[in-house]
Write a protein of this length. Structure first.
Length: 381
């Protein structure tokens, strides 16, 4: 096996959430960088300070030229497939888990495009091992949570907006048709009569849902966006309110009790969420359920009063979901170095699934090209 001590590694993404997710890992890997795949005008959503951090170099790269990166790095790490991934032959692909929600997507066959999947715990490993080699590393982003100074620094950062005589609740909904914003946002705001209320919208709401974004009452409670750290907000919060968002599982890791807002999703189970998804199948284990807006105030009060009971209830699931021992960043770094050295070999079934996915992605690319050509010809006619 070839030994590669310091492989050239790049991380790929196109929104601030993806950069924040791997930022600590980039800092820990000598020479690593983040490649911002330029999709539409998404680059404008990044804070200038985030893009100018000398410890986390960011290269803005045209979407149409992504395949030119093949061979420029030993490994490219992504959360989900990037443009042209099916053409990469000289650079190994690693995928890093980004959350636990929405299993139909999260555990899709696209995982087979990776030479290695890095996951949070044995629950995800059992799902993804059918598609590619898997390594359980934990979540490198959580290493900071276990740093003694992290939570104190977060409290200092937000001290101007936190009334220490009140409890603090954080609302972090998902986006799209599973979002609770339309039905519950007004009652979340009403909580500010008794609590400090922090609102962190999903990064895709900022990018893709202007009507929801414009409904935010910025003067009423404290709002945060894609460039803000969810972990820092959890550090100053006593409770999370969510719906079907991956923030549920961040809160579970951080041992913050959860209140879950239900919406009518019986007709929506399918592409994003199904009967296997944790936030649906094991919903009652995750937190206190709220079926209508009028129940929210009492649910928050009850959960805060009984937080120890709520956390005990979810502890067994937490152990399934996360390797929470320190140094996830080092475990990730070691796994990537091993990948560059040829340590992970796909098995027979992995190879069959991957070949099928490569054919699918190539066919989709050809179809998209044909549609663009037909549209141009139609315009010329």
């Amino acid at each position: 096996m070839l030994s590669v001590k310091n492989p050239e590694i790049a991380f790929v993404g196109w929104n601030p959430f993806q950069l924040l997710h791997v930022r600590s890992l980039i800092e820990a890997l000598p020479g690593a960088c983040f490649i911002l795949e330029k999709r539409k005008d998404y680059a404008s959503q990044f804070d200038a300070d985030l893009l100018a951090d000398p410890d986390v170099p960011v290269l803005i790269w045209p979407q149409s030229k992504m395949r030119q990166l093949d061979g420029m790095f030993d490994i490219i790490v992504c959360q989900t497939p990037f443009t042209g991934i099916q053409h990469f032959q000289n650079t190994k692909i690693a995928m890093i888990q980004y959350g636990y929600a929405k299993e139909p997507h999260n555990y899709g066959a696209w995982r087979s495009l990776a030479d290695l999947n890095l996951v949070y715990g044995r629950f995800a490993a059992d799902k993804i091992k059918h598609f590619s080699p898997v390594e359980v590393i934990g979540n490198p982003r959580y290493d900071s949570w276990q740093d003694d100074g992290f939570q104190a620094a977060a409290r200092k950062k937000f001290e101007r907006i936190i009334d220490n005589n009140r409890r603090t609740v954080l609302y972090a909904p998902t986006w799209g048709y599973l979002s609770s914003v339309d039905e519950y946002l007004h009652v979340v705001y009403e909580l500010s009569k008794k609590y400090n209320v922090l609102v962190k919208m999903h990064h895709n709401t900022e990018l893709l849902e202007p009507s929801r974004r414009d409904r935010m009452d910025l003067a009423r409670v404290s709002h945060f966006g894609a460039n803000d750290s969810l972990l820092e907000l959890l550090a100053v919060s006593d409770l999370l309110i969510s719906d079907y968002s991956g923030a549920i599982f961040d809160s579970i890791f951080c041992r913050k009790p959860v209140v879950l807002l239900d919406i009518d999703i019986q007709q929506k189970v399918g592409n994003k969420i199904d009967e296997y998804s944790l936030e649906y199948a094991r919903r009652s284990e995750l937190g206190c359920l709220v079926s209508k807006p009028s129940e929210l105030f009492s649910a928050v009060s009850k959960t805060l009063n009984d937080s120890a009971i709520a956390l005990t209830k979810v502890e067994e699931l937490r152990a399934e979901l996360f390797n929470d021992s320190p140094d996830a960043t080092k475990r990730a770094s070691d796994a990537l170095t091993a990948l560059a050295s040829g340590a992970y070999i796909p098995n027979q079934i992995h190879s069959y699934i991957r070949n099928a996915m490569l054919e699918l992605y190539s066919s989709k690319e050809e179809l998209a090209r044909a549609k663009r050509k037909a549209k141009r010809q139609q315009g010329q006619g």
